[in-house]
Design a protein around this ligand. Sequence first.
Ligand SMILES: Cc1cc2nc3c(=O)[nH]c(=O)nc-3n(C[C@H](O)[C@H](O)[C@H](O)COP(=O)(O)OP(=O)(O)OC[C@H]3O[C@@H](n4cnc5c(N)ncnc54)[C@H](O)[C@@H]3O)c2cc1C
Length: 521
Amino acid sequence: MREFDYVIVGAGSAGCVLANRLSEDPATRVLLVEAGGWDSNPLIRVPKGFARLMDGTRTAWQFPVEPFHPSARPEVWPRGRTLGGSSSINGMVYNRGQRADYDELERLGNPGWGWDTIGPIFTEMERSGLAVSAVSATESDGLCEEMIAAGVNLGWSHERDLNAHDGERIGYTMATIRHGRRVSASAAFLHPVRRRANLTVATRTVALRILFDKDAAVGVRLGRNGRTVDVAAAREVVVACGSIATPRLLQVSGIGPAGVLRAAGVDVLLDRPAVGARMREHRVFKLQFRLAEDLGYNRRLNTPARQAMAGLKYLLTRRGPIAAPVYDVLAFVKTRPDLDRPDAQLLMAPFSAGPQVPGEQLPLEREPGVNCLGHVLRPDSEGSLRITSPDPEAPPRIVPNYLATEYDRGVGVAAFRRMRELFATDPIAKRITVETLPGPAVQDDADIIDAALEHGYCGYHAIGTCAMGPHDDDVVDPELRVRGVANLRVVDASVLPIMVSGNLNGPVMAMAWHASDLIQG
Ligand SMILES: Cc1cc2nc3c(=O)[nH]c(=O)nc-3n(C[C@H](O)[C@H](O)[C@H](O)COP(=O)(O)OP(=O)(O)OC[C@H]3O[C@@H](n4cnc5c(N)ncnc54)[C@H](O)[C@@H]3O)c2cc1C
């Protein structure tokens, strides 16, 4: 059996950072295992390419979730399946989270996770290859500037660097984009070191189960092209498969709620009820308007011919809508003036789209429009995930349980009203003829919640399914070691017990950076 010091499973946002840092010492043998292929698809580097990548199956997993809408419409949660993981298919928004989020992690009994430790890591990552910039829209016909000006008229500060402070603010999205090209975790942290002799990268290789000797992890069973092979980890197995595939791998390996494992036909190694539980996810409220004039991205992108023209322009100049992140303008706002920090995030763009159909690209409308998404920054409703079969590649049963708490519903409705307030404020207000989604008839709280469930999206930010904490029933301890077994850690979005305010790619990479220090002692 081939032996490595560390076997890292999953080459996503966390896995790429871990592979980089754990292989810094040439004497340390590191294996990075990734189910997907090499990240050579040219669309990965093109910012608006994400629209095609996230709905496909070549570079993404598609996990169906249990129906929950008023109309039980199917919803699917994509995740990256290639080097870079979800950072290779995501919307490229770069957000650090609020200082208070990390301090809260520490207050919950996780020493070393406070802002004083994690804050400087962002600066270090940005110096070490993680390119970040505020991408200003070059062809929005002034709509983005008018959204920002409306926010300023509501008292929000206009920031060139939205990560500069945690107050109410609006500005162009900070994005992991350099010169019009996506900078994934793999581009920033894996490609620069992939020729290290002590680092082996195994793509198109699936971890089927973790191998144990008594109560210690000793390796991983891998599947490739229909064959299985076992690899040994002399020091540790580090699972970094993301918040869905990590609890699935633990459960099929015998670590999870005993009843769930037995029902799925898996032998129980450790009865851990919290594996796959405590899942928190953003529910995105959607608002869309029709414009009086033919302005914005729809007229540049809403037919294949126009997309081809915009694509050509992008190839020549690396500018325009194709070079921009998923949403051009971001705001962090308070839903009540007495709050000490923002509790809602708004994302705005000068385009409008038809309904989302799983597996299909979001269709832009023929008529001109703008849209705004918003979500509760730190939701506390908890969903769950569990296997229903011993097959490590079978989709788990995912119950989102969105907007289940009074807090989430109250803040969600208030955030939605703030979205409307922004678009009723000049100068953007004077561009708008009518609200097309959910429409002016949706006014009371219950209807606003129903509209969010019906027309909204998942936030792509599930956390908590292997949450860290100081208690015996927390899946991992504050050093991210799986409780009850030796030599096994989890390092990815699943270890967050509470939501970091906003988008998670940056925070997950920073956590992995810190975890590398913990692993190396
Ligand atoms: C569509 C989408 C849009 C998003 N937009 C943004 C955004 O704009 N900004 C932002 O900050 N965040 C965004 N996010 C969230 C962010 O990208 C993720 O939170 C972050 O990438 C999670 O990192 P991770 O390391 O936990 O998991 P991932 O990056 O998902 O990595 C997990 C890796 O493990 C691999 N894997 C899984 N199972 C196995 C197995 N059994 N064997 C081997 N390999 C396996 C996967 O293929 C994958 O490569 C988005 C996410 C998605 C899906």
